[in-house]
Design a protein around this ligand. Structure first.
Ligand code: PHE
Ligand code: NA
Length: 446
C-alpha cells in the first residue's frame, strides 16, 4: 500500500495529457460534431456544456478522488475505501463493473482502431482516388467481409496498445500521450486550416454554431447527458485507475477543468475540420462509421491534396483511438498486477491476448458470424450495447454516490480545496444533480 512502490505519474501535465488522451476519441470525431449540427448548434453546445459542468465534472473528479485515496486498481480501491469507512464490501462491485466494462469495450474498440490503421494505409496509397460513392462503399463493405484482413489490423492495433501499456505508467501511458496528443492537436490544426481554404468553412461554422433553440427537447438533453458521460471516459475504471497514480499535490478540480476544455475544444475543432470537407464536396453530414469510413474517403479521393490530407486524417483517428485504448487496458493490467504474482509485462500480455481473442468474436460479427445474434444484436453490437447502456452508467453512478455520500465529507472538502460556498455547490451537484442525471439516462436506456 506504500505509495513509493506504486507507480506514479511523473508530472501533473503528463497526467492531464493522459486523461485527455483517454477522453479524446471517436466520440469527439465521429459523434459530437454531428450531434451539434443536428441538435441546434450553439444552443446544443450550451446544453452540453451544462451537462459537462453539472454531471461530467463531478463524476470525473469523484473517480479521480477515489482512485487517489485507494492507490490501487478500481476493485481493491473500492473495497478498501468501503471497509475504512465502515461500509459493505459490496461497493467493490463499482470497481468490478468498471474494469469489466473496460475489458469488454477494448475488445471491439481495438477492431475499429484497426480500421483506422487500414484506412491510413489506403489513404496513403491512393486507394480512394477517383472513386465514386459506390466504389468507396464497396471498399468498406469488402473490407468488413474479409475476416483475415480485419484480424491482421485488429492484431496490429492491439499489439501497439500492449506495447505502450507494458512500458508502464510514466514511460508508457504518459510518454505516449505526450507524443501523441500534441501530434493530434497539430494534425487537427492543419485540417482546420485546410477547411478554411475550401470555401465551405462558413457553412461549416454556421452548421455548428447557429443557435436553433427550437431543436432542444427531452431527447436532445438525453443525448447531451449520455455524451457528457461517454466523452469523459467515465464509468470504466479508467479515471479511477488514473487517479491511483496521482500524488497529493494535484488539484483535481483544476485538472478536470483542463481535461474538459481540451476535450470540448478537440470535438469542436474536429467539426471545423470535417464539415468544410463534407460541404465543399457536396456530401451529407452524418455520424458514425459512415462519415469516417465512407463520406470522408470519398472526399479525400476526389480532391487535390487528398492523399496527404486523408493520410493525416486517419493518423489523427489512429492516435485518438490509441490514446483511448491504452486507457482501457490500464485498469485491467493494474488489477492483474496487484492481484496476481504477474509483473506488468506478463499482466499486459495476458490481459491483452484475452481481450484480443474476444475482439476476434467481435470482428467476425461483420462476416462469418453475422447471424450469431442475441436479442437481435450481433456480438459487436451486443458488447457495445451492454457496456454503454448499462455498465457505464452503473459504475459512474456508484462512484459518485460513494464519493458524495459515503466518504467523510470534511476530508473531501479539504481535498478539493474548496471554501464553504464552493463545497456547498459541490455537494448539491455531487449528491443530487449528477446522480439524478445519470439515473435519468439509465432509466431511459431501460
Ligand atoms: N472518451 C472517448 C471518446 O470520447 C471514448 C472512450 C471510450 C474512451 C472508451 C476510452 C474508452 O471517444
Ligand atoms: Na471524448
Amino acid at each position: 500500500m506504500s505509495a513509493t512502490t506504486h507507480a506514479q505519474w511523473s508530472s501533473r501535465m503528463g497526467f492531464v495529457l493522459a486523461a485527455t488522451g483517454s477522453a479524446v476519441g471517436l466520440g469527439n470525431i465521429w459523434k459530437f460534431p454531428y450531434m451539434v449540427g443536428q441538435s441546434g448548434g450553439a444552443a446544443f453546445v450550451l446544453v452540453y456544456l451544462l451537462c459537462i459542468a453539472l454531471i461530467g465534472v463531478p463524476i470525473l473528479v469523484s473517480e479521480w478522488m477515489i482512485g487517489r485515496r485507494g492507490q490501487k486498481n478500481p476493485i481493491n480501491t473500492m473495497a478498501q475505501l468501503a471497509r475504512q469507512h465502515g461500509h459493505t464490501r459490496n461497493w467493490a462491485l463499482v470497481g468490478i463493473v468498471g474494469v469489466l466494462a473496460a475489458f469488454l469495450i477494448l475488445s471491439f474498440y481495438s477492431v475499429i482502431g484497426g480500421w483506422a490503421l487500414a484506412y491510413m494505409r489506403d489513404a496513403a496509397t491512393g486507394a480512394f482516388s477517383g472513386l465514386d460513392k459506390g466504389g468507396i462503399g464497396a471498399i468498406f463493405d469488402g473490407f468488413l467481409a474479409r475476416p483475415g484482413e480485419l484480424l491482421s489490423w485488429h492484431t496490429l492495433f492491439m499489439a501497439l496498445t500492449m506495447i505502450i501499456v507494458a512500458m508502464g505508467v510514466s514511460s508508457g501511458l504518459e510518454r505516449g500521450s505526450k507524443v501523441m496528443m500534441p501530434a493530434l492537436a497539430l494534425i487537427l490544426v492543419v485540417l482546420v486550416g485546410y477547411g478554411m481554404t475550401t470555401g465551405s468553412f462558413g457553412q461549416a461554422v454556421a452548421y455548428l454554431f447557429n443557435p436553433d433553440w427550437t431543436k432542444l427537447d427531452g431527447s436532445v438533453l438525453l443525448a447531451a447527458l449520455g455524451h457528457a458521460f461517454f466523452t469523459l471516459s467515465l464509468g470504466m475504471g479508467i479515471m479511477m485507475a488514473y487517479g491511483s497514480y496521482l500524488g497529493e499535490d494535484v488539484n483535481l478540480l483544476r485538472a478536470a477543468r483542463t481535461v474538459v476544455i481540451m476535450d470540448t475544444t478537440f470535438a469542436l475543432c474536429a467539426g471545423l475540420a470535417i464539415f468544410p470537407i463534407v460541404f465543399a464536396n457536396g456530401l451529407d453530414p452524418a455520424a458514425g462509421p459512415g462519415l469516417v469510413f465512407v463520406t470522408l474517403p470519398l472526399a479525400f479521393g476526389n480532391m487535390g491534396g487528398g492523399l496527404v490530407l486523408g493520410s493525416l486524417f486517419f493518423l489523427l483517428l489512429t492516435f485518438a483511438a490509441l490514446t483511448s485504448s491504452i486507457s482501457l487496458l490500464e485498469p485491467v493490467v493494474e488489477l492483474l498486477e496487484e492481484r496476481t504474482p504477474m509483473n506488468r509485462v506478463t499482466a499486459t500480455v495476458v490481459a491483452g491476448l484475452t481481450i484480443w481473442a474476444l475482439g476476434i468474436a467481435a470482428l467476425l460479427s461483420f462476416n462469418l458470424w453475422g447471424d450469431v445474434k442475441l436479442a437481435g444484436l450481433n456480438i459487436f453490437d451486443l458488447l457495445d450495447y451492454i457496456t454503454s447502456k448499462f455498465m457505464l452508467p452503473l459504475a459512474g453512478l456508484g462512484a459518485i454516490v460513494f464519493a458524495a455520500w459515503k466518504l467523510e465529507q470534511n476530508s473531501v472538502k479539504q481535498e478539493l480545496n474548496l471554501g464553504n460556498t464552493g463545497f456547498a455547490v459541490w455537494s448539491i451537484l455531487a449528491r443530487y444533480v449528477a446522480p439524478l442525471g445519470v439515473l435519468y439516462v439509465f432509466w431511459n436506456n431501460l
